[in-house]
Design a protein around this ligand. Structure first.
Ligand code: ZN
Length: 107
C-alpha cells in the first residue's frame, strides 16, 4: 500500500470499516511510514477528540491511537487464526472425502 492509498483508507480505519486484507496493508504501511502515522494521528485527534470533548471525558491522544493500533494488531492475529481454522477444516474435509472414496473402492 502506498501513501495515497493509506490516506484514503484512514477514515475507514478509524471507523473500523477495513476488511482483513485492507487492514493488514494499512497497518503495515502505518508502522513504517512516519508521514502517514502523523496524518492518522491528526485525523484520529479530530474524530475521537471531538467526541470525547462532547461527552466531557478526558482524552490522551497518544495512548488512544496506540490502543487503536494494538486493537488492529489483535484483530489481524484473530483473522490469521480464523484462516488457519478454515484451511484446517477444508483439509480435514478433503481427507475425509478421500478416505471415504478409498473405503468405497476397497470394500
Ligand atoms: Zn505513507
Amino acid at each position: 500500500m502506498d501513501c495515497k492509498e493509506a490516506n484514503k483508507k484512514m477514515s475507514d480505519f478509524l471507523n473500523n470499516e477495513l476488511n482483513s486484507r485492507e487492514l493488514k496493508g494499512f497497518v503495515e504501511h502505518i508502522s513504517h511510514c512516519r508521514d502517514c502515522k502523523e496524518e492518522l494521528s491528526i485525523q484520529f485527534l479530530v474524530q475521537e477528540g471531538m467526541a470525547r470533548l462532547e461527552d466531557g471525558s478526558t482524552f490522551d491522544l497518544q495512548s488512544g491511537l496506540d490502543g487503536l493500533l494494538e486493537e488492529a494488531e489483535r484483530r489481524m492475529i484473530f483473522y490469521r487464526w480464523l484462516h488457519y481454522l478454515i484451511y484446517g477444516v477444508e483439509a480435514f474435509a478433503i481427507i475425509a472425502i478421500i478416505t471415504i472414496i478409498v473405503l468405497i473402492i476397497v470394500l
